[in-house]
Design a protein around this ligand. Sequence first.
Ligand code: KMH
Ligand code: ZN
Length: 276
Amino acid sequence: MPNPIITAALTGPVATKADNPGMPGTVAEIAADARAAYDAGAAVIHIHLRDDDGNMTVDLDVARRTVEAVRATCPGIVQLSTGGLAFTYEDRMKMVEAKPAMATLNPCTMTFGAEEFRNPPKPMMQLAARMIELGVKPEVEIYDSGHLEMMLYLVHKGLLLAPLQVSFVMGVRGGMKGDPALLAYLVRELPEGTSWQVIGVAGANLPMTTIGLAMGGNARTGMEDTLTLEKGVPAASNAQLVERLVRIARSLQREPATVAEVVERLKLSPELVGSA
Ligand code: KMH
Ligand code: ZN
């Protein structure tokens, strides 16, 4: 079993500092949190942007400044989100122009809690093609079994290249629930050599990421996915969540992958990975 890639999802498209004061709220705070998460064992830093007033944004200048700030602060691999619920798809697509080493690719439209998460097929495929041009590695986010079929179609069309990097998102209202039987099915359907993890949202976070690790997957945590350490106990920081995940991985005798291992395994573009 290869060493698990640990991802820290520092910020998200829904919760803000108002929901947990330990969440970063500016470019500088995101960079500082990335360093702390890296020091705790995360190799990949997944980011939804915040401007200097703490607002969610998909402004390309903020994206460039964020990529630069994180790269200057730590060697962690920057993964920008092209998701988000409040912005047009065209604006979200521009995130890859900031040239992060990785960015998310959400293959299908869906209900997302009280919102609509729009990922129309045509621009989604344009985004996939643009990522190939720029050498930005997609993290494909699968919220339902049909999304996996769409991913395989993109592979067939040459819009996604091996090695694939996949997240199974469990616990969003409108997508799959956290259920080990569903996970077993999805993992079985993956092409040989695919790297995968569970994104366990809210109550699904701890059990499903632990099960994913035990099954040989990678793992992600952070305040995008859960604001609490346990019911009623807010997480103090993203680093605290990463520390706990690393403890779980080590209890399962799995040592977190280094940045160099991730670059090699996912065939990331070396020029897009920082060296701070
Ligand atoms: N919070 C995720 C489950 C992405 O980052 O591309 C949804 C999301 C996807 O925002
Ligand atoms: Zn995200």
